[in-house]
Ligand binder design. Structure first.
Ligand code: NI
Length: 170
């Protein structure tokens, strides 16, 4: 049983750090993966990148299985999108973007090369929500948030609303 980790939120500059490849797969990393998994389910969310909990390494956990089904955690490291096809518009939200969702256009079908939590090379063919989730999480590894994909007008409206919320919190 591990403690849940602190999730960093926009506009924290931590979220802009580019992730370094995972090189050392050891017990400490496995423990960190378990902590991320628990943090994601508790939030609750369907995906979490390591940088969202302050660790700039190329690691993502996600679970897009429907809520009525049992949990099935996926762990990918050093992912790379090697091909894309078609487009899909999906209403996205993020554990690091407080109280906001917006439609984002992405590729509908992607092929991802990565390694699993044991370091074994894997290929993932993803379509629809699965592809959206992977593109959103892989963006995090490059310091990109879904709000970077919306119009600058929408983004500035959100920023000013967030400013008001944050000033009330203090
Ligand atoms: Ni996110």
């Amino acid at each position: 049983m591990s403690d849940t980790l602190k999730i960093y939120r926009f506009p924290d500059p931590v979220l802009r750090i580019k992730a370094a490849p995972v090189e050392n797969i050891d017990g400490e990393l496995q423990q960190f993966i378990d902590g991320m998994t628990e943090t994601m389910y508790k939030a609750p969310g369907i995906g979490l990148a390591a940088i969202q909990v302050g660790k700039p390494i190329s690691l993502v956990v996600y679970d897009i299985s429907p809520p009525e089904e049992s949990h099935k955690i996926n762990v990918i490291m050093n992912p790379e999108i090697v091909s894309r096809e078609g487009s899909i518009t999906y209403e996205e939200a993020c554990l690091s973007v407080f109280d906001y969702s917006a439609e984002v256009k992405r590729s509908n079908k992607i092929l991802v090369k990565a390694i699993d939590r044991e370091g074994k090379p894997i290929e993932i063919e993803a379509e629809g929500l699965h592809a959206v989730c992977l593109q959103h999480e892989i963006d995090h590894l490059n310091g990109v948030l879904f709000i970077d994909h919306i119009s600058s007008l929408k983004r500035s409206l959100y920023k000013s609303r967030l400013k008001k919320i944050l000033s009330k919190e203090q």
